[in-house]
Design a protein around this ligand. Structure first.
Ligand SMILES: [Mn+2]
Length: 349
């Protein structure tokens, strides 16, 4: 049996940080991606699709989004098995296609062609009816590692059960664990919705037969959110800075369809002309979305200030340098921050 494991699709979610025209492109694009996913799953002979929670971002998604999704499920015509997540636990499933199977307290498991798909919603039934002679897959939504997460799921009492695979949702990054030789796998989200979910997104393909269970992550999302750094130390012209950023973005794997947060770091000279809006402008046509966070600092040459006459800055530097209880590193840090403060710059703390 060939199974597609996905989770955390969050249909109806938006990233209000990006301009509204780009938000609307992504919204429509995500609906199209769902169609691509089911078309591909049909063509590539997946027998079952698993959706491990947070399919919808809230219970109040538009009718268009719902209809769009369920039309694709209907066309797929093979079983699509779903469990609720923390975002869509109150979602009302009405008029859904017959092949969309919601596992819940009333229906805690289902068997399809010798493979049993379980939830932990009725543990007594799970412990009572578990049949080692069959193939068993558990669907789970929640955080199994961090007990301070509101959606923590304690697996202590179930990790002795010899499932063939545990399909999980909630963590938006592909992640795999192994407990007692059972793979516990987060597929990650299908596409991401912000800079807190950087990197490649996709789904997991599971192949399960009599002898073995294999699985692998398959990248699927068209766009990636990426956070990139560019150190502009020793570059003293606007053009030089732009060229450096261009190289850094390319070297860090950024593609034109990506959403990029660029962080400028390092120290620039007093006479360097650094205009963030001009820099931004020269990259906006190259990438789908780019924003810049400028953490670069003015380079302060202490020797220059030290020799100034009747200068508060010179007095300050001399005062710090005469402090025998400070080591050289501490002195230079204090001088840098002090002069920044006196010049009205942002402090490099
Ligand atoms: Mn969740």
């Amino acid at each position: 049996m060939k199974i597609l494991h996905t989770a955390d699709i969050h249909l109806g979610a938006k990233n209000s940080r990006i301009p509204i025209d780009k938000q609307s492109i992504i919204k429509s694009e995500n609906l199209m991606m769902i169609q691509n996913l089911f078309d591909m799953a049909y063509k590539d002979d997946y027998d079952v699709v698993l959706i491990c929670g947070d399919l919808f971002h809230t219970k109040n998604v538009t009718q268009k989004v719902k209809n769009n999704f369920f039309d694709n499920v209907k066309n797929f015509s093979r079983p699509v098995i779903y469990i609720k997540g923390n975002h869509d636990e109150n979602f009302e499933f009405e008029n859904i296609p017959n092949n969309f199977i919601v596992l819940n307290e009333m229906k805690p498991y289902i068997e399809i062609n010798g493979v049993i798909f379980w939830t932990i919603l009725q543990k007594e039934i799970l412990f009572r009816d578990f049949d080692k002679s069959k193939k068993n897959i558990l669907l789970l939504h929640g955080d199994i590692e961090n007990s301070t997460d509101n959606d923590f799921v304690n697996i202590k009492d179930i990790n002795q059960i010899p499932f063939d695979y545990v399909a999980m949702g909630h963590i938006h990054q592909f992640k795999q664990y192994n407990f007692n030789n059972v793979p516990y796998v987060y597929s990650g989200s299908l596409f991401s919705n912000g800079f807190d979910e950087c990197g490649e997104k996709g789904f997991v393909e599971i192949n399960i037969d009599e002898k073995k269970t294999n699985y692998k992550f398959i990248p699927f999302s068209k766009r990636c959110y990426r956070i990139c750094e560019s150190d502009i130390t020793n570059i003293n012209s606007q053009k030089g800075i732009i060229d450096k950023i261009k190289n850094d973005l390319e070297n860090q794997g950024c593609k034109s369809c990506d959403l990029i947060k660029l962080i400028l770091t390092g120290y620039f000279e007093e006479n360097t002309d650094k205009n963030i809006n001009l820099i931004l402008d020269s990259f906006q046509s190259k990438y789908f979305y780019i924003e810049i966070e400028d953490k670069s600092k003015l380079k302060i040459n202490l020797e220059d200030y030290k020799n100034e006459k009747l200068s508060f800055k010179a007095e300050f530097i001399n005062l710090v340098e005469n402090k025998s209880e400070l080591d050289e590193k501490q002195k230079s840090k204090i001088c840098q921050i002090g002069i920044e403060a006196l010049k009205g710059e942002d402090l490099s703390i």
